[in-house]
Design a protein around this ligand. Structure first.
Ligand SMILES: *[C@@H]1O[C@H](CO)[C@@H](O)[C@H](O)[C@H]1NC(C)=O
Ligand SMILES: *[C@@H]1O[C@H](CO)[C@@H](O)[C@H](O)[C@H]1NC(C)=O
Ligand SMILES: *[C@@H]1O[C@H](CO)[C@@H](O)[C@H](O)[C@H]1NC(C)=O
Ligand SMILES: *[C@@H]1O[C@H](CO)[C@@H](O)[C@H](O)[C@H]1NC(C)=O
Length: 386
């Protein structure tokens, strides 16, 4: 399959119509067969406990009018919101399928409650702060979020069966700090999350991230935002300008080059657009190598280039940098004080939210060490309201 895709890409660049075209046709037919087979198989899967129907509470329709039978067909239900996340699709197959967009997107034949997809990149296969997140997620919000975890292949996250993290690992591949494999993992998380048609906002998190506001606040903030939160800036310095490679021109010029935090948040259509991009991504794969780090440049540059107006250009995940250090500050048990968390919850410098100034600029923060868990749990209800 990978070979066929490479041929396809080659054909696009080289313009070899006859043999190339035959391959493309074969390629598309294979995919179509795969999708049909997938639908057919999933139709046979028994109805799962997590029912779409339970998600309908409080939903004020998005102009539908064709809603909804009380008992959805189980196969259809599994198709619109997969409950079993493991599959054998290659990245190419997965990304292609994830970018299928319903032409009648405003008329869902089921009660669609927009959800926030929390996507965890667990580089070491552990989530030491999971107990804090479990508190954040509890309290009857099940219909408004979904969780996805990318950990190293073969590493099972150790959580109990009643944890919202249970069974939420996606098929993964090895990642290496600073390499394009991190962007691939990000795209894999986005793609798996896109398979659930109710996911509307997509936030990327690490194992050292914490939520500094409660679920309601986070949900309303993200779902109500007209912009995505991808930090994006340009600086005429070593860390930004010097990472640009002239080989990326003319597709990406120095004027278009951007940098920003890896920890981003995307709306559904921007997430789809990132996965659908076949023009810019290969340039990063080829030309953005250490000391250029694709996770700090690719989505940031792409979103600014193609969807600049839709982006807030800031991140909702706060991190502290100190001058002269190449890594951000890590907070241990002694640093994780109510004062620190309050200062993150309410920013001294205002930022813009839907074009109005606000002091709520950050919903999440990093980097918190495993031993900060106890003090954080101790203050979760008094300081963070969850
Ligand atoms: C998983 O977590 C439980 C409870 O914290 C612990 O007892 C057990 O040893 C852990 N298992 C592994 C393989 O780490
Ligand atoms: C969430 O936090 C806000 C303050 O940050 C508070 O006003 C609100 O009552 C909290 N919501 C719930 C459901 O606890
Ligand atoms: C973010 O940056 C883009 C490109 O520079 C700009 O068009 C857009 O207006 C900015 N967004 C906001 C909310 O200011
Ligand atoms: C928990 O918080 C209270 C104040 O709310 C504080 O007095 C106490 O020392 C804290 N305990 C720990 C273990 O951090």
């Amino acid at each position: 399959m990978k070979g066929a895709l490479d041929d396809f890409k080659l054909m696009l660049t080289r313009n070899e119509p006859i043999t190339g075209l035959a391959k493309v046709v074969a390629f598309l037919v294979l995919f179509a067969l795969g999708v049909v087979a997938g639908l057919w198989v999933s139709a046979g899967i028994r109805r799962s406990q997590e029912s779409i129907v339970t998600r309908s509470i409080g939903f004020q329709g998005s102009g539908g009018g064709i809603c909804c039978r009380p008992d959805l067909d189980p196969g259809f239900e599994e198709f619109v919101a997969p409950t079993r996340l493991m599959h054998d699709m290659t990245d190419e197959e997965l990304f292609w399928r994830a970018t299928l967009v319903p032409a009648a997107a405003s008329r869902y034949p089921f009660e669609r409650v927009p959800k926030v997809a929390f996507m965890f990149l667990a580089g070491h296969g552990v989530l030491p702060l999971a107990p804090l997140w479990e508190r954040f997620f509890r309290g009857g919000h099940e219909d408004r979020f979904s969780i996805y975890v990318h950990s190293p292949p073969g590493v099972a996250i150790n959580v109990s069966e009643d944890s919202p993290f249970y069974g939420r690992q996606i098929p993964s591949q090895e990642t290496e700090w600073g390499s394009v494999t991190l962007v691939d993992a990000e795209k894999r998380l986005l793609a798996n999350a896109l398979l659930d048609f109710s996911n509307e906002r997509f936030v990327l998190l690490s194992e050292s991230c914490i939520p500094v506001h409660n679920f309601t606040t986070v949900y309303d903030y993200l779902v109500g935002s007209r912009h995505s939160f991808v930090e994006s800036y340009y600086r005429n310095d070593r860390g930004c300008r010097n990472r640009y490679s002239r080989s990326m021109a003319p597709d990406i010029t120095l004027r278009q080059w951007r940098k920003g935090s890896q920890w981003l948040e995307l709306s559904r259509d921007l997430a789809t657009s990132v996965l659908a991009d076949t023009r810019y991504y290969p340039l990063f794969r080829r030309h953005c190598r250490p000391s250029c780090y694709p996770d700090e440049h690719y989505v940031q540059t792409y979103v600014t280039l193609r969807h600049g107006m839709r982006n807030s250009n800031r991140t909702v995940t706060r991190v502290e940098w100190r001058a002269g250090r190449s890594h951000p500050v890590t907070y241990g048990a002694r640093d994780a004080t109510p004062e620190l968390v309050r200062s993150i919850r309410t920013s001294a410098e205002p930022c813009a939210y839907n074009s109005r100034p606000t002091s709520t600029c950050y919903l999440f923060a990093r980097k918190f060490a495993p031993d900060s868990l106890a003090p954080l749990l101790n203050m979760s209800s008094t300081v963070m309201h969850y």
